[in-house]
Design a binder for this molecule. Structure first.
Ligand code: HSE
Length: 436
């Protein structure tokens, strides 16, 4: 039987999971591919840890650059993370005509255009299923399974840490600060948890999905990113009272004016399946013109779920490494010369429905003043609630749900609402999606 020699860079959580699953299911994969997919080389700074796991069955080194130069290695699996040395190693591996499998979302989001172009020139594959939503095969679905469709939009819960935090905040009434520590202890968060809570990790994953969905270059710098650190417990509970769940969504839409590319807390109707994806789980909804809405659900992180995606890529490499470039799925699912430089819309130009919360004097005419400002700007109202006034004050929370409008129109209305004498402080604005 033919053998595919695999070199793993980084034998941490995902690397260890990949090694373990490859060994455990080797026979199953050989039945599927006709190839013995075997880890022959590992590079890790922690030699002791690597030796303990591999038990003398593979060549272990602490020199990652030596591994990517090694002529015995057919495919390099980059599981180091980040975009410093990982980028140099991946480019070096490609220059050495090695196929590359990576779980590195940040690397692909920021440097994917350069890496794919280098791989195209060298005739090698760069596969990155594990970079988005861990074990969910969303790259395969977008790039191949949905290939007949014009993708219209994607909305995903693609960060487990924030989904866990939001679930705890909603179910236990806890504040953000009370939950972040627990998420870190459970090991969901990135090394730098600001990547999770500020939406950067989700933005990495979103930009990869949008590039494959619409056949456009990766434009990470143009993703609008808003995390959950400013989200108040009150808004999660008011949303719930109104039949909505707040999720950190990555949303991308192809519109007549350009591509919407945004990560932010979003109200979604609680009756949607995706609204009920709780804890650290991930889910992605993809709307195609032929298939309609499709939903993908599963573990977005963790050793073996992520290993599942890494190994799926190795199976592709095993099957296709001797194929021609045209026989393989292109890196972004579109022929390289067909990737189009679509315009990404600034956030002021996106179209959304909104949740507004303001702190207003509880007296006749205030609701009318607010609704008039919205009506004058053509913004129709879906619901208004005024909370019961606490006994020690004359002011209370008022919540308004609107129908869709262009964001700059909503911002202008908010400026006018904030100028009303009866309204104290800033208006809280959250975006809403029906995902219908
Ligand atoms: N920190 C990430 C998350 C890990 O919470 O989803 C998987 O990319």
């Amino acid at each position: 039987m033919k053998q595919l020699n695999v070199g793993i860079l980084g034998l941490g959580t995902v690397g260890g999971g990949t090694y373990t699953v490859l060994k455990r299911n080797a026979e199953e994969m050989a039945r599927r591919t006709g190839v013995n997919i075997k880890v022959t080389h590992v590079a890790d700074k922690n030699i002791e840890r690597a030796n303990a796991l591999t038990q003398g069955e593979v060549n272990v080194t602490d020199d990652a650059f030596a591994l990517v130069e090694n002529p015995e290695v057919d495919v390099v699996v980059e599981l180091i993370g980040g975009y410093g040395v990982a980028k140099d190693l991946v480019l070096k591996a490609i220059a050495n005509k090695k196929h590359v499998v990576t779980a590195n979302k940040a690397l692909i989001a920021l440097h994917g255009n350069e890496i794919f172009s280098a791989a195209q020139k060298m005739g090698v594959m760069v596969a990155y299923e594990a970079a988005v939503a861990g074990g969910i095969p969303i790259i395969k679905a977008l790039r191949e399974g949905l290939g007949a469709n014009r993708i219209e939009w994607i909305a995903g819960i693609i960060n487990g840490t924030t989904n866990f935090i939001l679930t705890e905040m909603r179910e236990k009434g806890l504040a953000y600060q009370d939950v972040i520590g627990e998420a870190q202890r459970l090991g969901y968060a990135e090394a730098d948890p600001t990547f999770d809570v500020e939406g950067i990790d989700a933005a990495h994953k979103l930009v990869i999905m949008s590039a494959i969905a619409f056949g456009m270059p990766l434009k990470f710098d143009e993703v609008y990113t808003e995390g959950i650190t400013q989200l108040a417990q009150a808004d999660i509970q008011y949303a719930k009272e109104l039949g909505y769940i707040v999720k950190l969504l990555g949303i991308t839409k192809l519109t007549d004016k350009g591509v919407e590319l945004r990560v932010h807390p979003t109200l979604i109707p609680e009756k949607r399946l995706v609204a009920n994806v709780d804890g650290a789980m991930n889910a992605v909804v993809v709307q195609g013109d032929a298939v309609g809405p499709t939903l993908y659900y599963g573990a977005g992180a963790g050793a073996e779920p992520t290993a599942s995606a890494v190994i799926a890529d190795l199976i592709d490499v095993a099957r296709l490494k001797d194929a021609t470039i045209t026989q393989r799925a292109p890196a972004l699912g579109y022929q390289a010369d067909q990737v189009q430089d679509l315009t990404v819309l600034p956030i002021a130009e996106i179209n959304s429905a909104y949740y507004l919360r303001m702190y207003a004097t509880d007296k006749p005419g205030v609701i009318a003043s607010v609704t008039k400002i919205l009506a004058d700007r053509g913004i129709s109202i879906d619901a208004v609630i005024q909370k019961e006034q606490p006994s020690d004050t004359t002011e209370t929370d008022m919540v308004v749900l609107t129908n869709k409008t262009v964001e700059k129109n909503m911002n202008a209305a908010i400026t006018e609402i904030e100028a009303l004498a009866a309204v104290t402080g800033n208006v809280i604005k959250l975006r809403m999606e029906t995902l219908g």
